[in-house]
Design a binder for this molecule. Structure first.
Ligand code: BEZ
Length: 253
């Protein structure tokens, strides 16, 4: 995962990412004082929320920009820089939690990440996560593909969005027993009249890297936004068509 974030805009305009993650965090049912790793902690907002439940937390993220914000906002917490697909911890933890991260990891690298998590957990430890599931942002990616095609480019969807049937066996293969799994729709309100345009700018970067001219990139985004207006602009508000996959698993091997 090598992404450059506009960390302040992410924190100001896309705070729903961590606000929604608190639903998944409720599945962590360790005792107070248990050690928890927040994997892909971003700006640290959910790491802080976990610490307020009485857990001893550490956040790990690859992004120096986001970690800078996390350390500034929560100087009392521990934040580590590392890649989710190749990290190790000095001491194994009671639970690993992750929100809105695993879709950034390619299908090929998922087993490496799951194996790092297994190694990072104590036997019996809890692994709780949520990320984009099968069909996530399907309308948005379809509209982008159509707009790319209108300009003679092909669009490669840059994320991994599995269903339960695909992902649960991978989690079990990595040495876990899946105890809970859910795939659900979550139409998500975006901020402002340029909400969808801003969302595309913030999150969909790699497909645009082959297009040199900024003017063309902006025109393609305008086309996609226009295609989506009928479906995702409702009563003056932009929405993104999120689908989440949420699971809880226990380390058994
Ligand atoms: C998500 O949280 O599902 C997501 C966010 C940005 C890009 C792709 C997926």
């Amino acid at each position: 995962m090598n992404i450059t974030w506009n960390a302040e805009k992410y924190t100001d305009d896309f705070s729903f990412v961590h606000q929604y993650g608190s639903g998944a965090a409720e599945l962590v049912d360790c005792e107070r004082g248990s050690s928890i790793l927040d994997l892909g902690c971003g700006n640290g907002a959910l790491t802080k929320a976990l610490s307020e439940k009485g857990f001893v937390v550490a956040g790990l993220d690859a992004s120096g920009e986001l970690l800078e914000i996390a350390r500034k906002n929560y100087p009392e917490l521990t934040f580590l820089q590392g890649d989710a697909t190749e990290f190790t911890l000095e001491n194994p933890v009671d639970a690993v939690f992750s929100n809105a991260v695993f879709h950034w990891i390619s299908k090929e690298d998922q087993m490496a990440m799951l194996s790092c998590v297994q190694q990072a957990l104590k036997p019996g430890g809890q692994f709780v996560f949520e990320f984009g599931g099968c069909g996530n942002n399907a309308r948005i990616h379809q509209a982008l593909a159509q707009a790319f095609a209108e300009y003679g480019y092909s669009y490669e969807m840059p994320f991994y969005f599995p269903g339960i049937g695909e992902y649960a066996p991978m989690v079990e293969k990595a040495g876990f027993q899946v105890r809970f799994a859910l795939l659900f729709d979550r139409l998500t309100e975006l901020k402002g009249q340029d909400g969808l345009r801003d969302w595309i700018h913030m999150f969909v970067k790699t497909p645009f890297s082959m297009i040199e001219e900024e003017k063309i990139r902006e025109e393609i985004i305008s086309k996609a936004v226009e295609h989506l207006k009928e479906e995702l602009y409702i009563d003056g508000i932009w929405y993104a068509d999120y689908v989440r996959i949420r699971m809880k698993a226990i380390r058994i091997v």
